[in-house]
Design a protein. Sequence first.
Length: 511
Amino acid sequence: MNTDALSALLHHLGVAADHAADLPEPSVIGTEGEVASPTYVFWPVWAASNLEVRATLEALRIPAAANHSSVRTVPVWTLTIRLDPHHYVVQLRQSDLALVAVWDYARPACYLVYPWPLTNPDEGPRQLVCDPWHPDASPLGWHRTNDTFVYLDTQGNNVRAQLYSPDRQSGSEVLIRPQGTGPDHSTFAFPLDLSQEPTAYGEASVTQLFYHTNMMHDLLYGYGFDEPAGNFQTNNFGRGGLGNDALVAYAQNPDRFNNAYFNTPPDGEAPTMWMFLFNLTTPHRDDTLDRTVVVHEYTHGLTARLTGGPANTFCLLFGESAGLGEGWSDFVAAILQVRDVGNGTNSTGIPYPPIAIGAYVSGKPGGLRLHPFSTDRTVNPVTYSWLNRPEYFEIHAAGEVWASLLYEVFWNLVDRHGFDADWWNHGGHEKGSPSQGNVLALQLVVDGLKLQPCFPTFLTARDAIIHAEDLRTHGTNRCEVWRGFAKRGLGLAANYSQGMYTDDFTVPTGC
């Protein structure tokens, strides 16, 4: 590598070296992180300075057609330079050193999305949100894996989100990650017209998926799904666990309809999320815009990595445990829809309005399950023994039973301790007991995942949460937890024997 790229970088940034003819030849320092080519270092750039420039030759994949039907590869130099208070990343086309992109670490990254707590487009318009990450969970933001490189598209330390699109010319598949726009390529604001088919707004779909999955990463980090627990990150920042396993998320997979998948290998191997379109309405609907579906799928990663430990991600694949896995996913997707509780708690006798999973993508208020979630037994009548019914043999239906049980526990804790719309207000999962009921409920569920055995049953999963309550709140909320389970038949004497599930509605003495 000669100094032409460095000279072009300084020119594009409006900086002139003191002795341009004497710019030093770079030294090779090897590869860093995911970068496959050598990284070159120029230092110093000019006399009496400590300025360092790093340069890496990379292959940038960009759309070759407006409809994303194919891609082309452009070799670029990616250079980073600190010019306080700025920290620039500049991409130059290798062939002629033309400017491709500029990114400033000091500039915010902004996303035009349906922001939390909105569940889907029916609840409000998109908004431009900037730098929404949590510094404890994502200390470098959502587009960096280290201090010297930033991604200009929808990938970073926690997630690589892309559009899954067939190349009609070659018959192969291509992956499109939307590039940020604006002077620093840090704004992800793409058109979205819901009157069109979802394939018309693929970039907006990927941006929404990138936002939702990163939000889930940052939220669950505070509840204990961190690096030692096996969360999904490329760089673990020396905090434990195995890195190089950021989530790979695919939007608008054309292979099938009306579903979504999450595959969770052991810690250190990247999980994959497959999002499909739903053809239950006209026009079709994109499940990346339905937060309940994205949260449901991401929670599969949480439960798989925590049950049995991050190296044993097979513990929820079979039988009763598979139904539990679906139930935890529904439960988290349901409770994140709760907002202004007001007088809608159990203690007032006025149940909170029913909550559905997949209401947007299905086009039905009741969503994708046999019953919506409600503490009102006339709306949702399921109990533990409903697992005996043929229609509840299927794992999502069995999951509805488990989520309904957890939902009762959730509201008992909210009734006693109140509700905080700020789900991040947990004080850190290692710092004691959260003060608000909704936050405590999610914390106890995550704690229980870590305590339960591989291939749990409804009974062992219940016992793990009861044990988690004892460890965290020392029995203070024991009765709230027991009453929630017992209301739906998972009381003290509930059992499974000779292929039959038997309800029991009793609670321990003192409750």
